[in-house]
Design a protein around this ligand. Structure first.
Ligand code: HEC
Length: 201
């Protein structure tokens, strides 16, 4: 009789032990930052470093409340992927156009504030700086991921797709890369829409 109680007792102790071990394992997993979006996909430190080196002169980042490493990676992607060519008008400051063999100077005053037109199409590039609430182009992160993946802006009627923006290409990036782009765009200065839209000069 005593023996039976003892065995049952030992069994429930074992259950408690297994449950506690499982719980600890999942807590320490979270502490390590093992979330779905970055599991097995560690940040590339050399890209993060390069990202901070190539933030255009005159663009001051606000890192308060941001993930610094993601901002660096985001800068690396944004500033090596041509977002500036279409989303800053004009892309270069006067006297700073590398295509005219001038020392490069990105147009920091209008950095990513949109306003480039693509005649004869009616399309104008969007202002992708953070809005008053700190959201790039006004999007939450999940909306941003969706726009870049599907080309559909939730503010547009169903079925309408972005026509100039190379979303079929950018949308192939990993969640981590797209999240890094978003984090960088959160950190750049918020600007009103470009007051003088126009085509590439
Ligand atoms: C070839 C030009 C071009 C390039 C390069 C480009 N974009 Fe765009 N993007 C546009 C245009 C034009 C629009 C708006 C209209 C459209 O495409 O129909 C737009 C729209 C967007 C939108 C949606 C905004 C909204 O309000 O709907 C986001 C977000 C965006 N771009 C982010 C980016 C990022 C980030 C990059 C760089 C990784 C980038 N774009 C590169 C041309 C471009």
């Amino acid at each position: 009789m005593n023996n039976t109680v003892d065995r049952r007792h030992r069994f429930s102790l074992a259950v408690v032990f297994v449950a506690a071990t499982t719980l600890c394992a999942s807590v320490s997993g979270e502490e390590r930052g093992d979330r779905d979006d970055d599991r097995g996909d560690r940040l590339n430190e050399s890209q993060v470093k390069r990202g901070f080196e190539i933030v255009p002169a005159g663009v001051t980042l606000n890192l308060v409340g941001k993930n610094r490493a993601l901002v660096g990676l985001g800068s690396y992607i944004v500033n090596t992927t041509g977002c500036n060519d279409c989303h800053t008008h004009t892309a270069y400051a006067p006297g700073g156009d590398p295509f005219q063999a001038q020392p490069e100077m990105i147009n920091a005053a209008q950095y990513l504030a949109g306003g480039r037109t693509f005649p004869p199409s009616p399309f104008v590039s969007a202002n992708i700086t953070p809005n008053y609430a700190g959201r790039p182009a006004g999007f939450t992160l999940s909306e941003f991921l969706k726009v870049l993946r599907t080309g559909h802006d939730p503010k547009d009627p169903p079925g309408v797709l972005l026509q100039v923006m190379p979303w079929p290409v950018f949308g192939k990036k990993t969640d981590q890369d797209l999240t890094a782009i978003y984090e960088y765009l959160r950190a750049i200065p918020s600007l009103p829409n470009n007051p003088n839209p126009g085509p590439q000069p």
